[in-house]
Design a protein around this ligand. Structure first.
Ligand code: ZN
Ligand code: ZN
Length: 165
């Protein structure tokens, strides 16, 4: 979605609010699958010729648990800030890597939002904090019930007992 900044581009102090939904449904990033459109709310603000963009995004995503490998859903939300400058601004000394140079008068909202979501997505995925994971022997999901595997440390004396029984 292209978002045109022309109304505030040459007007110091002017604001432009954003309330949009971006459709990334089905897309997968960093082990997260988007289940709902991404809601973006925020505003662009012209401060002395630079355009500051402060936004909050939220959506529902699906992850795969690192321990039990089951899929689970969770809410995702994050806030971020970006600074844009017009390409004709002549201030070579202030070249900052954090500043995005505007090409024309519009920004690609999808691109900016997606990059910021990727930065904020969690690296660890657990369906619940106390997920018991899978049995290393039979693969049973231990959240759903215990298995019959003998997970006691092996001790030769038990083998002899087993034979006797
Ligand atoms: Zn789990
Ligand atoms: Zn087992």
């Amino acid at each position: 979605m292209r978002f045109d900044l022309l109304p505030i581009l040459n007007a110091d102090g002017r604001r432009l609010s954003v309330d949009a939904e971006l459709d990334f449904v089905g897309k997968e990033e960093q082990g997260a699958v988007f289940l709902t459109p991404v809601r973006v709310t925020g505003e662009f603000l012209n401060i002395g010729g630079s355009i500051e963009f402060e936004a909050r995004v939220s959506c529902r995503v699906r992850y795969e648990c690192d321990r039990c490998l089951e899929s689970y859903e969770d809410d995702f939300a994050c806030s971020f800030k970006e600074i844009f400058k017009k390409e004709d601004v002549k201030n070579g000394d202030e070249q900052s890597p954090d500043v995005i140079i505007l090409e024309g008068t519009a920004v690609e909202l999808d691109e900016i939002v997606l990059l910021n979501i990727i930065v904020h997505l969690p690296h660890k995925h657990l369906c619940k904090n106390d997920c018991k994971g899978l049995c290393p022997n039979c693969g049973q999901n231990l959240n759903l019930g215990s298995c019959d595997c003998d997970t006691r440390p092996t001790d030769p004396r038990f083998d002899i007992l087993d034979k006797l029984l």
